[in-house]
Write a protein that binds this ligand. Structure first.
Ligand SMILES: [Zn+2]
Length: 168
């Protein structure tokens, strides 16, 4: 299967302050939800989360509108994206506000490939019990209606990538 290449933008984390995640059985999808359906770099998200006194970006991956996948919090670490559920989940953020806009085709393809990779790496079934929107865990519009409704399609694409993606 084609491996995802996530862009490292020079993560400046206090890595020693992070906690190792012992279990991984769900991937949680998020959107930015900003008023302007904006595209934010992972570095910008990291700085804004740090400005709030957090360790830094709470998501493990972030996908820009052009489909580029950026690294977030190290994948082995407990994230900070879904309260009460971070100990067993990977958090994936897509830039945009999918209550007022739709994910780009490039974001859908990158997310599908990323999910195929995560499913293979963590031995996760690709279904709606294991690929969830943030709203599955608490009352929130995140990841926005357009992304939420696309989850079955994205899971189907991820299965296809897992079975047919270019072998390397
Ligand atoms: Zn969210």
């Amino acid at each position: 299967m084609e491996r995802v290449m996530a862009r490292d933008w020079g993560l400046d984390f206090d890595f020693n302050a992070l906690t190792v995640r012992e279990t991984t059985d769900v991937v949680v999808l998020h959107h930015t939800g900003s008023a302007g359906d904006d595209d934010f770099s992972a570095a910008a998200l990291h700085r804004s989360h740090q400005a709030q006194g957090w360790l830094g970006i709470g998501y493990h991956y972030s996908i820009l509108k052009d489909g580029a996948i950026e690294m977030g919090r190290p994948r082995w670490a407990v994230g900070a994206h879904t309260e009460g559920e971070n100990f067993h989940t990977v958090g994936v953020h897509l830039c945009g506000n999918f209550s007022i806009a739709a994910p780009t085709a490039a974001q859908v393809e990158s997310l599908s490939l990323l999910l195929a990779n995560l499913a293979a790496d963590y031995d996760l079934p690709l279904d709606e019990a294991h690929i969830c929107g943030h709203c599955a865990f608490m009352p929130t519009v995140c990841p926005g209606e357009a992304l939420y409704r696309a989850i079955p399609l994205i899971i189907g694409k991820a299965v296809w990538y897992g079975e047919h993606g270019t072998e390397e």
